[in-house]
Write a protein that binds this ligand. Structure first.
Ligand code: G4P
Length: 530
């Protein structure tokens, strides 16, 4: 029994969130380097190579020039077993990116020191904040000219509405960036070695040591550093409870490229971030350390290959221990089952797993029985984890079948693909189903939808992108909805549950519409319970 507790206790499962190019891939790779999972940096890095390295079953995607894989990587560091959930950015950004955050116990938010908080950081942050998981900030690229660290902390607090606590402080910036002052141990950590391929050498010195002025090449810089540190000490104190509640973000400075500050960050982060959290189910809270296995499906790698119905369901283990040969119970299917070909991604290798513990993520072969949000338990222990929400779409497209004779297949395909959670569908009130409005978080989802409709349902689509970016639920209105005074920058839609919504081409259009329609009350939806 103690090994079960020990194993779960050493798990750390987190997502790294960032705006594209802030350095998420580089930082992930450096974690693997420090964890000994790769011998030298440069293996995972290089986005072109990384996909090939991390996903073998995505050959088809590569041929199609897109990737829909968000991988989970496991490696060991200092006795911890770490699961990093990848949250794709760039053109791969999709609802899956948000769903992945549902499987994390904490998040590392990577910020570009020169750019501060960027749009995608804000979106991902919002989803993490909604779950109240701890969020750790790594201010990256300190080896380049960066904003003033005090200003950065201020920006984080103002833009994201979270309090911050600087765990360390940069020693210089740009080409003068030499390391960090570690506040917990009250020492300066000077790093050397700039290639970033291997671990950076570090030297620890007391802040007040006269040698520091020499290392910094300047008395005044040393003085400035002392002043900064003293100013920080006058500020708020570290409060682990507030970190765990997601109200206070510990902030670290560093450079993923040169490795300066990466190791102290990893060590402090692993100490502060929680082991697998208990989860809410319909039977109450399920303790991660309970011996009975339970898991929920947060992502389905949709079948991309018509010949082999090879879908993978990714599940986050929420409690107990998974064993390859054991029998489990799929709640939604109401059936006992074995989970076949359970696999995990270890650094860059995909491996079949014999056992796994709460905190881990496994991908299992899915013969088409799982849906996003499904619960798997042990036979005899039946309960449901609350479903995975759907997220407010940000792109909308009017879709119909090119060939009107294919109406039936069109309706079946759009409904099934929407049920899988790959897209969200809406309709124009009082219209039939031969035309639907498809809403997605990332445009990649539209490519996948179009491809699958053709390959699985034999339907060629007519698709017209709509200029909308924002969606609001109508809470109340002073008139019939069909009488609302809407300009060309807003449209009335209904979702599959019959709820009325408005879509807008901009924030500005929301304001304008509300002013033109007294009594109209709208509600923002970050998520809807699924
Ligand atoms: P992402 O996953 O968040 O999109 O970012 P990624 O790690 O791919 O990094 C984006 C770019 O920023 C890369 O440069 C990377 O080398 C650079 N970078 C990452 N961390 C640091 C850092 O700490 N300091 C500096 N100066 N640069 C950093 P690139 O030119 O796009 O790619 P590459 O040609 O260098 O591979």
């Amino acid at each position: 029994m103690s090994t079960l507790i020990e194993e779960i206790n050493r798990r750390r499962t987190f997502a790294i969130i960032s705006h594209p190019d802030a350095g998420k891939t580089t930082l992930t790779e450096k974690f693997l380097l420090y964890g000994g999972a790769i011998a030298q940096a440069g293996v995972v890095k290089g986005k072109k190579n990384s996909r090939a390295a991390t996903s073998d079953w995505m050959e088809i995607e590569k041929q199609r020039g897109i990737s829909v894989t968000s991988s989970v990587m496991q490696f060991q560091y200092g006795g911890f077993c770490i699961n990093i959930l990848d949250t794709p950015g760039h053109q791969d950004f999709s609802e899956d990116t948000y769903r992945t955050l549902m499987a994390a116990d904490s998040a590392v938010m990577v910020i570009d020191g020169a750019k501060g908080v960027e749009p995608q950081t804000r979106k991902l942050f919002k989803v993490c904040a909604m779950r109240h998981i701890p969020i750790f900030t790594f201010v990256n690229k300190m080896d380049r000219e960066a904003k003033d660290p005090f200003d950065l902390l201020d920006e984080l607090e103002r833009e994201l509405g979270i309090e911050t606590y600087a765990m360390n402080w940069p020693i210089g910036s740009g080409k003068d960036f030499q390391g960090v002052y570690d506040r917990e141990n009250s020492q300066l950590l000077f790093f050397s070695g700039v290639s970033g391929k291997n671990r950076a050498e570090k030297q620890a010195i007391d802040l007040y040591d006269p040698q520091v002025a020499q290392l910094l090449d300047s008395e005044s810089k040393h003085q400035q550093l002392i002043e900064d540190v003293e100013l920080l000490s006058a500020g708020r104190e570290m409060d682990l409870e507030e970190v765990r509640r997601g109200n206070l973000s510990p902030v670290f400075f560093g450079s993923a490229l040169t490795n300066f500050g990466v190791e102290p960050f990893l060590e402090a982060f692993l100490k502060l971030t929680p082991p697998p959290l208990s989860r809410v189910a319909d039977c109450g809270t399920v303790d991660a350390f309970s011996p009975d296995f339970s898991a929920f499906v947060f992502k389905i790698q949709a079948n991309m290959n018509k010949a082999h119905r090879d879908r993978l369901a990714f599940m986050r283990i929420c409690s107990g221990k998974f064993q390859r040969d054991a029998e489990y119970y799929h709640m939604q299917g109401g059936k006992k089952m074995r989970l076949s070909q359970p696999q995990q991604l270890m650094a860059a290798e995909r491996e079949i797993v014999e056992e796994a513990y709460a905190g881990d993520v496994i991908g299992v072969f899915d013969p088409g029985i799982f849906a996003i949000g499904d619960t798997v338990t042990v036979p005899g222990k039946k309960f449901l984890y609350s479903g995975i929400p759907t997220f407010a779409p940000e792109h909308f497209c009017r879709v119909s079948a090119k060939d009107s004779m294919k109406r039936k297949q069109f309706v079946k395909g759009t409904e099934q693909i929407a049920q899988e959670g790959a897209i969200q569908i809406f309709k124009v009130p009082n219209s039939g189903m031969e035309e639907v409005i498809v809403g997605v978080v990332g445009t990649l989802q539209l490519d996948v939808f179009q491809y699958r409709m053709k390959n699985e349902y034999g339907v060629d689509l007519r698709m017209e992108m709509l200029p909308y970016e924002e969606i609001r639920l109508i809470e109340s209105a002073a008139c019939e909805l069909s009488d609302l005074n809407l300009g060309s920058d807003a449209e009335l839609l209904e979702d599959y549950r019959g709820r009325s919504l408005l879509v807008f081409s901009s924030y500005w259009a929301i304001d304008f519409t509300v002013r033109r329609n007294p009594g109209l009350v709208l509600q923002e939806i970050v998520v809807s319970e699924g």
